[in-house]
Design a protein around this ligand. Structure first.
Ligand code: FAD
Length: 244
């Protein structure tokens, strides 16, 4: 028995990398089944007839080569049923299992980016003189440096708490913390990067320094793996449920 896949998907990260030999496709196999049992996941070899990689999309102009984020068309793509992962109707279950670790991984990287941005910001402000004194001596910059440190350490501690819960009680019981950190870490990093870019002046928006590229990459984290609003909604639901 085979499955036949028809579909059109944007933003498939990694699809542009020549080392990418298989896709994992999630699709509906039974729209009449209960809500969380309608989807399945299947392994699709990248060279299966019917697959067209239409183009790599850009992120604020960056192509993120070689891995890229591709737009792909699946037209009557035929795959043996043996390629099904875990079983029909279990796609949602697989996605839920993967998303927690995937999300916390994004957060760890975001915190690393924020640390780097704060270091670059401090070094720049301490080495540059404007109107007769170091920019690092200006009160407004001391505020921003302090605030960056407070926010980074706050995000780091919540990430550590989330990781500890995932290790000890499991991803399911850490879902509020996973959602919280997925909102907090990219937003903290976004603000620190923004201040760092400001500290560099026009140089900050050029590609001579890593900040512009990091800003573009980090901004996608407020969308990828679920937009901020969806996570906040999940957090609010869990909070309200405590008093229902
Ligand atoms: C760089 C990058 C890489 C990606 N890589 C992959 C990948 O490898 N594989 C993959 O499958 N996907 C990937 N994605 C897609 C990503 O997961 C989706 O873009 C994301 O889940 C948001 O879905 P959407 O773009 O359809 O936005 P929509 O669902 O159309 O949402 C648009 C906006 O509507 C608002 N919104 C949506 N839902 C709600 C709600 N419940 N309450 C309030 N407001 C809401 C939010 O403001 C949201 O930003 C990638 C995206 C990017 C940017």
């Amino acid at each position: 028995m085979d499955y036949v896949i028809n579909g059109h998907k944007w933003w498939i990260s990694g699809a542009g990398d020549p080392r990418c030999k298989v896709f994992i496709v999630m699709g509906k196999t039974d729209p009449a089944a209960p809500r969380h049992a309608q989807q399945s996941m299947i392994v699709v070899p990248a060279d299966t007839p019917g697959i067209t990689i239409k183009r790599p999309l850009t992120v604020f102009g960056y192509d993120d080569a070689p891995h890229g984020h591709c737009e792909i068309l699946f037209e009557n793509v035929r795959v043996p049923a043996a390629n099904l992962m875990l079983g029909e109707g279990r796609g949602f279950e697989i996605a839920q299992g993967r998303l927690g670790p995937g999300r916390i991984h994004h957060c760890m990287r975001a915190i690393g980016v924020a640390e780097r941005a704060l270091e670059l910001m401090c070094r720049r402000l301490d080495s540059r003189v404007a109107f007769g004194r170091k920019i690092s001596e200006q009160g407004v910059w001391r505020e921003r440096i302090a605030e960056s440190r407070i926010r980074i350490d706050t995000a780091r501690l919540l990430t550590l708490k989330t990781a500890a819960l995932m290790d000890t009680v499991g991803n399911k019981h850490a879902k509020a913390e996973i959602a919280m950190i997925k909102v907090l870490a990219p937003n903290v990093t976004q603000q620190v990067l923004d201040w760092a870019i400001q500290a560099y002046g026009a140089a900050g928006v050029s590609d001579d320094f890593p900040l512009a590229n990091q800003w573009a990459g980090n901004r996608t984290l407020r969308l990828a793996d679920g937009p901020d609003e969806v996570h906040r909604n999940a957090i609010a639901k869990l909070e309200l449920a405590r008093y229902a």
